[in-house]
Design a protein around this ligand. Structure first.
Ligand code: GLN
Length: 483
């Protein structure tokens, strides 16, 4: 059952081939059997899942519900879930039970999904390898000595091992697309403002965006349909109509103008990954698309700019974790200052502390102009690069990540080399643009992601362009051994 697409699972549920309770049990058994070796879940909500599945079965029996009714999914543990621990991968929130649901959780529940549990992630979504989680590293199902990518590494690994039918993720600098690439699944980061951030624990508020991680573009379209749309509880959510994402999946790509940014094929790109991506682009020209070289001249500045803007925002967002209102509190504080200091020193991990320190520094009176203000100006230039490119082309294509999954421990002591795994994804967050990663030919048995970047609110086109590739190729259907 776990090899089927959401549409086929939904048809199976509707025709009575299996019930949602049976399907949910099937996934729960897979989690019990396979997740010890992967560590992709932080919390499994077995009882609640079976209760939701029963409700779904009743709806289905009455001929009600929609295509997602009764489909078991997993949420990244950054989304608040009422009555269920929401840890954000941190000791700070190890015992935090959210009093409310995030909009994403609420909307998907409203669409009838069954929540299997909460997936592992880098602490507060800071990382590219899922090694910074308080709950331990997640392993890549394709090779357990390698990382799954991050920060949505739990969702990506769970999806690659088919421990759920789909999952949610968030992407601040690449955290949906990069783990999707490294685990061989499909992940889309929508336009900033397309999906509500309400109830999604904030890392860098001007960059964070939620999106689906799925087996295919077709499945991602169904998930995004339920997740997207205006929410008055998120002041940056956009009043933009949500198109029918599934309705345009089969549009022809004849004459599609694809921009190839030369900066995304630089010396830092692994040769095998380059070949795989070039071969994928060839599939598009065979379908009638046209290639144009475009230039994104400020690409080289994106990572440095991001590591000023994102830490600045995180140092502000994470100031709420003070040991007073919620979250971890140190034992026997002697006074208020001791309470603040030790609660934060003991509750946060090293990478989070590094970001808070950098953020406080770049925002400080003496350095604000030199770093933060400068970074905001560069952010504008990075957005302008894309604006000019999209005057010429419909989509931009390149690699998602410069390499395939790297070995555990390989980069954890060297933050800069870790930060560079997002060189091709970060600029789109700086500009607020949507991007999707889809599997193309593996290199040495490890998955590779093709990244497709679109213009603002052009998710329908990205899903269409991704789906057409998946109609021509089988890469997205390949599964790791033991799965
Ligand atoms: N890897 C990047 C970081 O560590 C991006 C993380 C993300 O997108 N959440 O900040």
């Amino acid at each position: 059952m776990h090899n089927k697409s959401i549409i086929r699972l939904s048809a199976g549920l509707r025709s009575g081939d299996f019930s949602s309770v049976e399907l949910t049990r099937h996934y729960l058994q897979r989690i019990h059997r396979l997740d010890k070796g992967l560590n992709s879940f932080i919390t499994v909500t077995e009882e609640q899942a079976l209760a939701q599945a029963q409700t779904a079965d009743k709806l289905l029996a009455a001929g009600e519900g929609g295509v997602l009714t009764g489909i078991p999914i997993a949420h990244k543990d950054i989304f608040c879930t009422q009555g269920v621990r929401t840890s954000c991968g941190s000791r700070m929130l190890d015992d935090f039970i959210s009093p409310y649901d995030a909009t994403v959780v609420e909307r998907l529940a409203g669409a009838g999904v069954v929540m299997l549990g909460k997936t592992n992630m880098d602490e507060f979504a800071m990382g590219s390898s899922n090694e910074t989680s308080y709950y331990g590293a997640v392993k890549n199902p394709w090779n357990r000595l390698k990382v799954p990518g991050g920060s949505s590494g739990g969702s990506a690994a769970a999806m690659a091992a088919r421990l759920c039918a789909a999952a949610t993720g968030t992407d601040t600098g690449g955290s949906i697309r990069q783990p999707a690439a490294l685990c061989g699944i499909t992940g889309i980061k929508p336009t900033y403002g397309r999906v509500s951030r309400y109830g999604m624990i904030a890392f860098a508020s001007s960059l964070d965006q939620a999106g689906p991680m799925a087996a295919s573009a077709e499945d991602a379209a169904l998930m995004l349909q339920a997740m997207a749309g205006f929410d008055q509880r998120d002041s940056t959510s956009m009043q933009q109509q949500v198109p029918d994402y599934s309705g345009t999946l089969n549009d022809s790509l004849q004459g599609l103008k694809i921009g190839i940014p030369k900066e995304y094929f630089d010396a830092g790109l692994d040769t095998g990954v380059r070949q795989s991506v070039e071969q994928a682009i060839k599939v598009y020209t065979d379908m009638g698309a046209e290639l144009r070289e475009v230039t994104l001249p400020n690409t080289g500045l994106a990572v440095a700019t991001y590591y000023v803007v994102a830490p600045a925002e995180c140092s502000s967002n994470l100031s709420r974790f003070d040991g007073v209102r919620f979250g971890y509190r140190c034992k026997d504080p002697v006074d208020l200052e001791d309470l603040y200091k030790r609660s934060r020193a003991e509750g946060f991990g090293d990478e989070v502390k590094r970001r808070i320190l950098i953020g406080a520094y770049v925002l400080s009176a003496g350095y604000y102009d030199a770093y933060y203000l400068k970074a905001q100006k560069l952010r504008h230039l990075i957005s302008q690069d894309f604006k000019q490119a999209f005057d010429e082309v419909d989509v931009i294509m390149g690699p998602t990540s410069p390499t395939t999954a790297f070995a555990m421990g390989e980069k954890s002591e060297d933050p800069v080399s870790m930060y560079l795994s997002d060189v091709y994804t970060i600029a789109t967050n700086m500009a607020g643009l949507p991007g999707i990663s889809i599997p193309c030919a593996p290199v040495d048995g490890m998955p590779v992601g093709l990244q497709i970047i679109g213009n603002y609110f052009d998710e329908a086109r990205l899903l269409n362009v991704a789906h057409q590739f998946q109609q021509q190729t089988q890469w997205h259907q390949q599964l790791p051994e033991e799965v």
